[in-house]
Design a protein around this ligand. Structure first.
Ligand SMILES: C[S@@+](CC[C@H](N)C(=O)[O-])C[C@H]1O[C@@H](n2cnc3c(N)ncnc32)[C@H](O)[C@@H]1O
Length: 240
């Protein structure tokens, strides 16, 4: 199993610890490492959802510092819940939402996607941005998502993936494996965290047939959208 620190702790414990550590620098590093493209990807998630029915009750899993939850507030949903393991990431999310006067519509709660306190079918829409590859047990996490999603509800997953074009892949490897961990280390002082990032993307892209996994759990009408030459993918699905 790919873990950030390779200690005797579980992957979940290490992930929580890692995001607690890098939380103060997370937004800044996201911006420079992705050259702000991550914002465009989150907007694309919102646009895709806006074409599909109503989204009154949204759960944003692995919400981190809340950027997708904030983007989704433009859908005029009544309630958005952001869930995350890391208290420090959520603290930053809460401060942002307060500043934007969105605190009556967006609430944050600490918790584990693989074991959620929510009722069956509680949400009509669920999103996860850059979160599933960090789950300890991806099957368990997706099954929990299936349980708390309403029938006919939408699940949208945005995840980093590996590009298929050889030339793009080579450039991608150079950046992700050589340059990005060094920039990440310089600013966050956590080399392991930014070494874990490309390793976890590689593991997710090559070891897991994600669409097959989604189908096995019961999701239907799965559409995949390649973003930025395959560096990221949106998986848009429905619960039967
Ligand atoms: C790369 S960040 C993504 C944050 C945010 N979605 C974004 O778009 O920037 C991944 C987040 O997933 C959270 N996470 C990982 N595993 C989780 C789990 N099992 N349950 C809840 N959150 C989890 C981490 O704490 C972290 O904040």
């Amino acid at each position: 199993m790919i873990k950030p620190y390779n200690t005797s702790s579980t992957k979940k414990e290490e992930i929580g610890e890692m995001f607690d550590k890098i939380a103060p620098k997370y937004d800044f590093l996201n911006k420079i490492l992705s050259m702000n493209i991550d914002r465009i990807w989150r907007k694309k998630v919102r646009r895709l959802l806006s074409k599909k029915g109503h989204h009154n009750n949204i759960l944003d899993i692995a919400t981190g510092t809340g950027d997708l939850a904030i983007e989704l507030s433009k859908l005029s949903s009544k309630r958005i819940v952001g869930l995350d393991l890391s208290a420090n990431m959520l603290e930053i999310a809460k401060q942002k939402v307060l500043k934007l006067n969105l605190d009556s519509r967006i609430i944050f709660t600490q918790g584990d996607a693989e074991n959620m306190r929510f009722a069956d079918s509680e949400f009509d829409t669920i999103t996860v941005a850059f979160g599933v590859r960090n789950f300890e047990n991806i099957y368990k996490g997706l099954s929990e998502i299936y349980r708390v999603l309403m029938p006919t509800g939408n699940l949208v997953i945005l995840e980093l993936t590996q590009p298929k074009n050889l030339l793009v892949y080579k450039l991608y490897c150079l950046y992700f494996q050589r340059i990005l961990p060094r920039i990440g280390k310089f600013y966050s002082k956590d080399y392991a965290a930014y070494k874990y990032l490309p390793a976890s993307v590689k593991n997710f892209s090559t070891k897991i047939d994600f669409v097959e996994t989604l189908k096995k759990i019961g999701f239907t009408k799965i559409s995949c959208y390649n973003l930025s030459m395959g560096i990221a993918t949106i998986y848009f699905c429905e619960k039967f």
